[in-house]
Design a protein around this ligand. Structure first.
Ligand SMILES: O=C(O)COP(=O)(O)O
Ligand SMILES: [Mg+2]
Length: 224
């Protein structure tokens, strides 16, 4: 939905997987279905979760590596296509983190414009954002395949800020890649500590950290 208003507004740009939504159970299920189709053993939810963050091609490559697929490019390509087909409608097991809807409403009421910058491909990202009722809150969504580069390249974050017409933005994310992206873009970074990070919080560069979306609007009002 287009958002208009104060040209001086600060944008709040959110990562998606592990930040607004807990989507690992669906990604895990789609990944295991692909492995089963190949006659390969599945991975655990924890293993699949640790593979999320660098985009879908990397996720499927990591899945194939874990299953010992080796250099069989044809098989890897087939697995990728199969995964993408399954991924598109995969949101039955995905949930918003507690307090997300209220936090987004509060941020909009405080005059922020909101966007999503995710490494999830744009089509499945839009589907899940719509299904979970987030689309009314966000003015733009940049996915992992929306541009020719993805996070940690700063271009998707800049594109998201441009799309909602803000000069200044805060990025909210859960991962090492998000922290790197914010640094590369020269943008303030708020780290959600209960997502899919693999590194201790004190080893991820961030300006503020939070573990409850209910605290976010207040936190951003203080640093904002
Ligand atoms: O799809 C991924 O690998 C990560 O998605 P995210 O950027 O929303 O965390
Ligand atoms: Mg994430």
């Amino acid at each position: 939905m287009p958002q208009t208003g104060d040209p001086e507004a600060t944008g709040v740009i959110f990562d998606l997987d592990g930040t607004l939504i807990d989507s690992a159970p669906d990604i895990h299920a789609a990944g295991n279905a692909v492995l089963a189709d190949e006659g390969l053993p599945g991975v655990t939810l924890a293993q699949a979760t640790a593979m999320i963050g660098a985009g879908t091609p990397t996720f499927v490559a990591r899945l194939a590596n874990a299953a010992g697929v080796g250099n069989d490019t044809e098989r890897r390509d087939r697995m990728y296509r199969n995964f993408m087909e399954r991924y598109l409608g995969a949101h039955e097991l995905t949930r918003l983190y507690p307090g997300v809807a209220a936090a987004l409403s509060a941020l909009r009421e405080a005059g922020h414009r909101l966007a999503i910058c995710t490494n999830k491909p744009e089509a499945p990202a839009r589907t899940v954002v719509e299904a979970l009722g987030l689309s009314e809150h966000v003015g733009a969504l940049i996915g992992g395949d929306s541009l020719s580069v993805k996070k940690p390249d700063p271009a998707p974050l800049h594109a998201a800020a441009r799309a909602i017409g803000v000069q200044r933005a805060i990025f909210v994310g859960d991962s090492e890649i998000d922290a790197e992206t914010a640094q590369a873009a020269g943008v303030t970074f708020a780290l959600f500590t209960r997502g899919y990070r693999k590194t201790p919080v004190d080893r991820i560069a961030h300006d503020v950290a939070f573990d409850d979306h209910g605290d976010l609007a207040g936190l951003l009002a203080r640093i904002g």
